[in-house]
Design a binder for this molecule. Sequence first.
Ligand code: SF4
Length: 401
Amino acid sequence: MAHREGTRQIHVGRVPVGGGAPVSVQSMTTTKTADVDGTLAQVYALAGAGADIVRITCNDVAAAEGLAEIVPRSPVPIIADIHYQYRLALAALEAGVQGLRLNPGNIRKPHQIRAVARDAKDRGIPIRVGVNAGSLDRDLMKRYGSATPEALVASAQKEIEYLAEEDFHDIKISVKHSHVPSMVESYRLLADTVGFPLHLGVTEAGPPPGGLIKSVAGIATLLLEGIGDTIRFSLTADPVEEARAGRQLLEYLDLRERTGLDLIACPSCGRAEVDVLEVAQAAQAKLEEAKLPIQVAVMGCVVNGPGEAREADLGIAAGRGRGHLFIKGKVVRVVPEDEMVEALLDEARKLVDEGVEARIAAADDLAADLAAQDRQVLIDIQGDANRAAARRAAVADVAAR
Ligand code: SF4
């Protein structure tokens, strides 16, 4: 997928953003920044959940002082979030942050913006121009009548001009909106207008599941068009959830390498030979704990399960009181139903350690026959939902004519 490789590349600490770099995940702490230990604990939790960069508010002098202690102990680059008071941006720079976010809607005096740009430039620190529909510059609100995509982009452009007057170009931009179609249109317009890297987000998306759906709708739409270099889910939830969701989205879109579990499971139906939800939840808990970077399928019946999930690295399907364990669609073990989850975990570990070929070679000799028998008995009882055998016979018949 073309990922706006032509955009300028900036560095937030050691994390490259734009210019074809992997799309990065951001999140923001919810602790008081003056609480250094509490904030650091959250930064570590966010980094563990997949955040490449963490933003922390710098809303008063105590917060700026807190940053001075937090930044050197953080596992990931820290961006200071600045509103209203440009002096706090200068204080955050002195504290050693690796990035600033300025809101053009509430730091509006050109000499103040320029003072921050000069200091950031001297220190080699990038600035995000963080335009937000909810706090748009009031002059632009008057001119455009509402927070239209044109108004958001105009706000970003005005700020970029102030920064350019100080020859400052290490910029990334966001034009966040809480209305998903407006957010998407704003970023499309921005991508057509500037060559700076873009930070994507649906602002004030709200609690899950609605907040997650809005964020995915807006962010994924743009990423699939090749727009966006770094992302943040703004959820009303534990920020660990937003970091995890951001990382998962990038992995599901093949924009980042898989680092964790991708559990796929059938939705279950009347054919299910097991409680799919219960087995899937138990498997998810164990596999996530084991931190295995693998795609695993949990399927409710052996009639359709192994075929439908044949692309998965590993899967299990239920049938006649047994679990059929399969790798890339090939049955390798048949285990009692109450051992399905443990067997899945055991095989997942071995698969990650030894690889697909070795594990298929180590398959139980009897497994394929046993599985075929179970499957046939169920088809005889229930019928083949996909009528695969009949369809094959019909195709062969036509081909032979
Ligand atoms: S795999 Fe089996 S149980 Fe699951 S949805 Fe498909 S037919 Fe139903």
